[in-house]
Each structure stands twice: as structure tokens, then as C-alpha cells.
Ligand binder design. Structure first.
Ligand code: NAI
Length: 680
């Protein structure tokens, strides 16, 4: 074997004269295509073309975790002009066009993630072989960064699998398993790991006909058909994505409709489309969100001393779902509840989750085996981590921890999923306080990525750190939070939810309130969100917070709870609900004039809370406030988070508006003193 090594790329020629090109980005955890890696790839390909020309080229990854994670997003940061963006786009297009034109067969051997620029590289190869493994994921998630594929993907993908399927992937940014990618025609084979290289060799040596789109798929790309299909896709897109907030998928669709897949001009136009998007505020803020997530990920680096056994007490909405999630992610879990029916129901939900996520029956069975019902609480003695998710009553939690202190392993970590109560209210015992950490998951557990990791001044720092690693190990994002009432997310979200109830009390229709929040970019309006959380839960949380600082609770909230109108779960809350769980909305009367300060009342309540948290050092810095609110409360990602939004709008202007609201509606709007010290 002849070996030629560059920084990131290594070529080995085997006895059959196949060039095996391995990408192993130096000093990086994952393979990313930065400018240097692209430049080197071009040099490698140029040298391959010289004598002796190989019989074929297989591109593979030297990293265990995946093939290629895409472009270097660092490059997108602070791109201020289309010209600056063009440099990035042009380089990728040039290199991939070169790859596509190589005069010998080329194969991408894909294992693990193959996303963004990584998938675009593989699309420029003649063949793609994917290793059929749960970690293999193929996708074009560029819209999540406010752009669309720009290295040829917007042209090559619809060419390969037709416009409809390609647009589904590009507009949603979703990723596919190896099998799903094979069914879609995106890869030529999905094979077991041990057969990856054998399959790649087969494609080089046999050179079977390349995959092409079917007749119907080709039809969707026809010039006369694209506008028709495009209209239909646009209608579907409008149902889920607000064009004003997230323009990228609309640009991707428009590019395909206008330029199709057949000409070189389509590539040039793809570049033009992307470079308009990259410098704009949405894309820059989404890149910021990407880095906020990376920051949280880096907090939970794996440790040798792992949590292997989790014991959960309380198998209700939260405890049951946390137990299931952790078992799904490979942790051995014992689940305890005083009510056996709660455990049975939690196991049932767990089975549904495992079936949906794991599909293969043997994997589902293995996950079910990891989740053990434990009515008597035998798991307490052996667990590394004991998490309580019982009712939100300090006395109940206190009694529980007293019992745990006497029974658990001396080095077990105690955790609470309390949503509002500071840790010191839950235990008087100094030994317990040292090992008590808040692990606050959000509802619904399977969907919400964030977990607040709460430490008090008594908590052992090393244990908090171990909990962060645990949160990462179960594929969630940890955010370190001080033990303060309501912690970070609920502290900020609660005034916003309560304000929506104040608005209702003042006679503003729920539909108008929710509309204002959606227009700002929130994923769900606060009235519907209150109903979803449960009005009793909202009231209870508001009253808990009221023990620590004044919280104004509108009467309408109490009245609904007294009447048993608790929200979605009872079919009636602020809204009435259909069986499907959808609210029955009444159209707002035409002559009704929505007060012009509805949006301000909602959003400024949140911003004021965000400033309070920053001033009180509930989290270490503004990035954490932003990350927490985006990932835990759905604050619009395209706005970059509440503190970032304040810096873009200008604090003095917002303070003025808060003062005006305070004059109109009372002290709850008085600007927090922290506004004066904001360093933006
Ligand atoms: P839930 O009422 O659905 O479940 C509580 C479960 O704990 C019940 O099954 C009950 O039988 C069991 N339980 C009560 N006392 C017990 C004891 N001493 N020993 C064993 N089992 C006991 O409550 P949910 O909503 O799951 O809340 C649990 C905790 O999670 C609370 O602290 C709540 O504040 C917090 N939380 C709730 C969220 C939500 O959206 N529901 C979100 C985040 C946190």
C-alpha cells in the first residue's frame, strides 16, 4: 500500500489501485470542512489525477463518531456582506464540482453523522454507501442556521431523488437513518458495519449504473411542473414556518422552482441565494444559538465515574418520562411510586417511546429490561443517583430525603426535579444538602432538550459536575443554575404566563393574546401554554414564588382552578378543547381593536425577568440566560435570546416602555435595577 499523508487527508493505494482517502481533521473532535480542509482536498484530488490514475476513489472518515459534520460554522460568524459569504460558498462549490468531475468512480463510505457540507460532498460522489448503524444520520440541516445548502446540495439532491423528496429534506432540515436514506434513493446501499469497505470496493470495481431519479421524480423537476409543485410545497411550509422570521426555507424552495437542477447556472444561483441569507440577522442569530448549544455541551464532558444506576421516585408525568428517557439512553433505571397504577402507566408510555425511537424489537426489549418497576424502593440502596419527582410540596420532599439519607449509598447523589423550590427548603440535613442537586427537566421530557442543573451554596461542586456529565450522557443539554426560586426558566416564564391571564381578565380575547406572542416568534401562545402546563400547576408555581417575592396573581386564574377548569387535561381551561387536544378558538370580532401594548406586556415581562436573573447571578452570564430561554421556554431562536434581543433593540428604549406599562398597569412592570448595569 502506498500512503500519502497531508494534514487532514490521507490517501492509501491498495493492491487493486483503489485510492482510500481518509478524512481525519487534526485537533478536532469531529470532521468539519473548514477552508484548510477543502483546500487540501482539492490538492489531493489534483495529485490523484496524475499518473498512475487510480481505479477508483473511496472517501471515508478516520473518526469513530461520524463521517463529516458539515462546514465550519465558525466561518459563518460575523459574515457581514454577501461578498464575504461568497468566498465561503465559492470554495466549497469549486472543490465539490471538481470531485463530481473526476474521471474515475468515486464512493462516499458513510458511517455516523453525514450532514450539511458532509452530505453535499457525498452527493458529489458517484456512489454513496451508508453503514446501517443507529448513529448513522444523513441530512441537510442548513435551514436551522438560517441558510440553505450552498455547496451544490440544493441542486444535486433534487436531481438525485426528485424535487418533492429533496425539498422535504432541505426545508425541514431533518435527518434520515441509513435505511431511510436507502429507501429514498439518497444512498446506493445500507450495509452492516463489517461490510462497509467491501461494498465500497464493489461499487468501484463493478461500476453499476448510478442511481437516477424515477420517472415521476424527474417529472417534478421539469420546468413546467416546478411552479405547480412549488406552490403546493409553499402552502405546506406556510403552515409551519413564518416567512418573516425564517426566510431560508422559502429561498431554498424559490431557488429550486426558478432554477431547477439541469444547468450550471443553477449552481451559480444557489450561491447567490445563500449569500443573501448568510449575513442577515436571522442567520447570524441562529449561528449564535448553535454556539450557545455547543457551550452547554462542553459543560458536560464525559467522566470516568459514570452514573450507571438511576433510581426515580415519583412515576407521574415527569418522573415516569424521565425514567423512560434515561433507560432509552442506556441507563439502568429503577422506578418507584406509592401508586402502582402510576408505575404501570409510566411503563406503558415508556414502551411507546422505545418503539417510536428504537423501532427494532430487540432494542425495544433491551430498553424495557433496563427500566425496572420498583414499588418497594429496593433500588435506593444501590443507585448512584436518586431523583425525586414527587408532588411539589417542600414537606413531602423533606421527609423523603430524610428517609433517603438513612438508606442510600453514602456516595449516592440526591436530585430533585422541583420546578420552583430552592434546594435549602427541601432539606435541613447538612449531609443531604451537600449531595443534593436540582435536575430540572422540562415537560414533555422527550422533546425538551434542556435540563437545569441546580446547585446551592452547600452543594458539592464535583457532584454538580457529575450531574452535568450525566445530562450529556442522556443526550440533553445541561445549564448550570443557582438555587433561586423558580431557577432560571420558570422565573422568567411565569410573569409572562401570568400577564396573559391579566390580559384575559382585562377582556382581551385569548386568541388575540396568543396571536401577539406567535407574531413575536414564540412557538405557542401563553394562553394555550398555560392550559397545556395546567392552570393548577401554574397557580401552584405562582404561589410558590410568591413566598419569596411578590407575584401578582390574577383572579381569573384562581377562579378557573376553583371551577376545575385546569386546562387541556380537563378539556377546559382558558380555552375549551376538542378530543384531539386542539383548542376551540373563537374568531376575534372584526370591530374589536386589540390594545396596541399586548405584545409589550407579554414580551417585556419576560425581558424584565431575564434582567433580574442576570442581576441576581442565577446563571453565570447573559449567554446562559439566552440559551436557557431558547431551549427551555421556546424564546424565538431567530431573535438570539432575551438579552441578545435587548442589546439589539437598545435597553433605554425598552426601559422607557416598561415605565409606561408600570404607570398603566402597576408595579409589576417596574424595570429591574439590573437594567442600569447591563453590559451589552
Ligand atoms: P405528578 O402528580 O404527575 O406525579 C407525582 C407522582 O409522585 C405521583 O405518581 C405520586 O403518586 C407520586 N408520589 C407522591 N409522593 C410520593 C412519595 N412520597 N413516594 C413515592 N411516590 C410519590 O407530578 P409531576 O407533574 O410529575 O411533578 C413532579 C415534580 O416535577 C414536581 O416537583 C413538579 O414541580 C416537577 N415538575 C413538573 C413539571 C410539569 O410540567 N408537570 C415540569 C418540571 C418539573
Amino acid at each position: 500500500m502506498l500512503k500519502v499523508s497531508q494534514q487532514d487527508w490521507t490517501v492509501m493505494r491498495d493492491a487493486d489501485n483503489i485510492a482510500w482517502l481518509t478524512f481525519d481533521k487534526q485537533d478536532a473532535h469531529a470532521n468539519i470542512l473548514d477552508s484548510a480542509a477543502l483546500e487540501e482536498l482539492l490538492v489531493v484530488m489534483q495529485s490523484l489525477e496524475k499518473d498512475p490514475v487510480p481505479s477508483g476513489l473511496v472517501i471515508q472518515s478516520g473518526k469513530k463518531n461520524g463521517f463529516i459534520a458539515g462546514a465550519d460554522i465558525q466561518q459563518f460568524k460575523n459574515v457581514e456582506t454577501p461578498e464575504a459569504a461568497l468566498k465561503i460558498i465559492r470554495q466549497g462549490q469549486t472543490v465539490f464540482n471538481y470531485l463530481a468531475a473526476l474521471p474515475f468512480p468515486t464512493v462516499a463510505l458513510i458511517q455516523g453523522f453525514c450532514v450539511g457540507g458532509g452530505l453535499e460532498l457525498s452527493l458529489a460522489c458517484r456512489y454513496r454507501v451508508a453503514v446501517d448503524h443507529p448513529k448513522t444520520k444523513l441530512g441537510l440541516p442548513e435551514v436551522m442556521l438560517g441558510i440553505h445548502p450552498g455547496w451544490g446540495g440544493s441542486v444535486r439532491l433534487p436531481r438525485l431523488i426528485g424535487g418533492v423528496k429533496a425539498m422535504d429534506l432541505i426545508l425541514s432540515g431533518r435527518s434520515l437513518s441509513a435505511q431511510a436514506a436507502y429507501k429514498m434513493g439518497l444512498v446506493d446501499a445500507a450495509v452492516p458495519e463489517r461490510q462497509g469497505q467491501v461494498a465500497a470496493r464493489y461499487f468501484v470495481q463493478k461500476q453499476p449504473a448510478q442511481h437516477t431519479a424515477t420517472f415521476v421524480e424527474k417529472l417534478s423537476n421539469a420546468a413546467w411542473m416546478r411552479p405547480i409543485v412549488g406552490k403546493w410545497l409553499e402552502r405546506k411550509l406556510t403552515e409551519r414556518v413564518n416567512r418573516a422570521h425564517y426566510p431560508a426555507p422559502y429561498s431554498a424552495l424559490q431557488h429550486w422552482v426558478e432554477h431547477g437542477v439541469d444547468t450550471d447556472a443553477a449552481f451559480a444561483q444557489e450561491a447567490q441565494s445563500v449569500i443573501q441569507l448568510m449575513p442577515n440577522e436571522t442567520a447570524q442569530n441562529l449561528v449564535r444559538v448553535f454556539y450557545l448549544q455547543e457551550k452547554l455541551k462542553s459543560l458536560g464532558r464525559a467522566q470516568d465515574d459514570k452514573i450507571e444506576h438511576l433510581h426515580v421516585i415519583g412515576a407521574g408525568v415527569m418522573g415516569g418520562d424521565i425514567a423512560a428517557w434515561c433507560a432509552l439512553k442506556g441507563v439502568r433505571v429503577t422506578l418507584q411510586d406509592q401508586n402502582t397504577a402510576a408505575i404501570a402507566s409510566a411503563l406503558n408510555r415508556a414502551l411507546q417511546l422505545f418503539k417510536k425511537q428504537l423501532k427494532a424489537p430487540h432494542l425495544v426489549k433491551a430498553a424495557m429490561d433496563r427500566l425496572m418497576p420498583d414499588v418497594k424502593g429496593f433500588g435506593i440502596r444501590t443507585a448512584d443517583l436518586i431523583l425525586e419527582a414527587i408532588i411539589e410540596k417542600p414537606e413531602a420532599k423533606k421527609a423523603l430525603f430524610l428517609m433517603l439519607e438513612a438508606t442510600a449509598k453514602p456516595d449516592a447523589i440526591f436530585a430533585t426535579n422541583t420546578s420552583t423550590i430552592p434546594l435549602k427548603e427541601i432539606s435541613d440535613h447538612s449531609k443531604t444538602r451537600r449531595r443534593l442537586i436540582g435536575l430540572h427537566f422540562f415537560n414533555p421530557v422527550a422533546k425538551m432538550p434542556l435540563v437545569e442543573v441546580i446547585a446551592s451554596e452547600d452543594s458539592d461542586h464535583a457532584l454538580a459536575q457529575k450531574c452535568m456529565a450525566f445530562v450529556r450522557a442522556i443526550d440533553k443539554l445541561p445549564i448550570p443554575v443557582k438555587s433561586a426560586p423558580g431557577f432560571l426558566v420558570n422565573r422568567i416564564l411565569m410573569p409572562y404566563l401570568l400577564e396573559s391571564a391579566w390580559l384575559l381578565e382585562a377582556g382581551v380575547p385569548g386568541e388575540a393574546i396568543d396571536k401577539a406572542a406567535l407574531a413575536f416568534g414564540m412557538p405557542m401562545g401563553p394562553v394555550e401554554l398555560s392550559d397545556t402546563v395546567g392552570l393548577d400547576v401554574c397557580l401552584y408555581a405562582a404561589e410558590s414564588l410568591n413566598h419569596f417575592f411578590p407575584v401578582s396573581i390574577p383572579n381569573t386564574l384562581r377562579q378557573h382552578v376553583e371551577k376545575g377548569h385546569l386546562g387541556k387535561k380537563t378539556g377546559q381551561g382558558f380555552y375549551r378543547y376538542q378530543k384531539s387536544g386542539k383548542p376551540l378558538r373563537t374568531a376575534v370580532a372584526k370591530e374589536y381593536r386589540v390594545p396596541e401594548d399586548v405584545s409589550d406586556r407579554l414580551i417585556l415581562s419576560m425581558l424584565n425577568g431575564a434582567v433580574t436573573c442576570l442581576r441576581e447571578h442565577v446563571v453565570a452570564d447573559a449567554d446562559y440566560v439566552d440559551a436557557g430561554m431558547i431551549l427551555g421556554a421556546g424564546f424565538p431562536p431567530f431573535r438570539g435570546g432575551p438579552i441578545h434581543y435587548i442589546s439589539e433593540q437598545g435597553a433605554p428604549l425598552l426601559v422607557q416602555r416598561l415605565k409606561l406599562l408600570a404607570q398603566r398597569y402597576g408595579d409589576r412592570f417596574l424595570p429591574d435595577p439590573g437594567w442600569n448595569d447591563l453590559k451589552l
